[in-house]
Design a protein around this ligand. Structure first.
Ligand code: ZN
Length: 249
């Protein structure tokens, strides 16, 4: 990234601008996790702080910094970590707060948005002249490592891309009836697609429907080696299917 938002410079994009599936409302910014659970958030450009507060609509603690008429907004900041106040001039790279999960956040992440008479695509502000670099930054790992890192970010453990007992212990049950629209569904769909599974007519929709249940049953039969009642199409917390997905079996 030309204009990093995290101090360690490692950014994994977990949710893109307006790309959430058609069943959920548009996403007005971009979500990032870093190489550690709670990296420091830095100002992407020089500017003047024009708002510090709490968003009851789900954004949690947030800061706005005005640069050339655009407001750069940083959300879900950890409690009591804000290092700036309204009127402060901040330089590019100054630490402004610590990544948190305040408001309606699915695990530790920073939601970055750009506002000028409404929310606009923040990508050009992060990239300047190279709008594709961020995607190579987000997927520089192989598919398995990307899968593990996305999972770890969502369940709130250290994001190292290496699954172990701690990662497994925080897995949750996902099925047609349980957590069927949890952000992890899309993470699993993305990984299954990279393994060559045909996701069916709805594709990468982030919804655990009948197609996904069929795929999981096939996976349980053919990859995990389950039989009988254990082929249930349910990714049960900490059990066989999760172990297999994490290559821990
Ligand atoms: Zn977000």
């Amino acid at each position: 990234m030309k204009n990093p938002i995290l101090k360690r410079g490692v950014h994994y994009l977990t949710s893109d601008y307006k790309t959430r599936n058609e069943n959920r409302k548009a996403h007005n910014g971009m979500d990032f996790v870093g190489s550690v659970k709670q990296d420091s958030i830095i100002a992407i450009e020089e500017g003047t702080v024009n708002y510090v507060g709490f968003d009851k609509g789900g954004g949690g603690n947030w800061i706005s910094i005005k640069t050339n008429g655009f407001e750069h907004r940083y959300f879900h900041l950890a409690n009591n970590t804000t290092k700036v106040k309204v009127g402060d001039l901040v330089k590019k790279g100054d630490v402004i707060a610590t990544m948190g999960e305040t408001g309606n956040a699915t695990g530790y992440n920073v939601h970055f948005a750009v506002y000028k008479n409404g929310y606009i695509d923040p990508l050009p502000f992060l990239m300047n002249d190279d709008p594709f670099e961020i995607h190579s930054c987000a997927v520089e790992d192989d598919d398995f490592t990307t899968f593990v890192k996305s999972l770890q970010a969502l369940i709130g453990v250290d994001v190292d891309g290496i699954p172990g007992p701690i990662t497994l212990s925080k897995t949750i049950t996902i099925s047609r009836t349980t957590n069927n629209r949890h952000p992890l569904v899309k993470v699993i769909q993305t990984y299954l697609k990279s393994l060559g599974y045909d996701l069916g007519s709805y594709g990468l929709d982030g919804v655990f429907g009948p197609d996904m249940e069929k795929i999981i049953k096939n996976y349980q039969k053919n990859v995990v080696g389950l039989t009988g009642n254990l082929v249930d199409g349910i990714i049960t917390a900490q059990k066989y299917t999760w172990k297999s997905l994490l290559k821990l079996s």
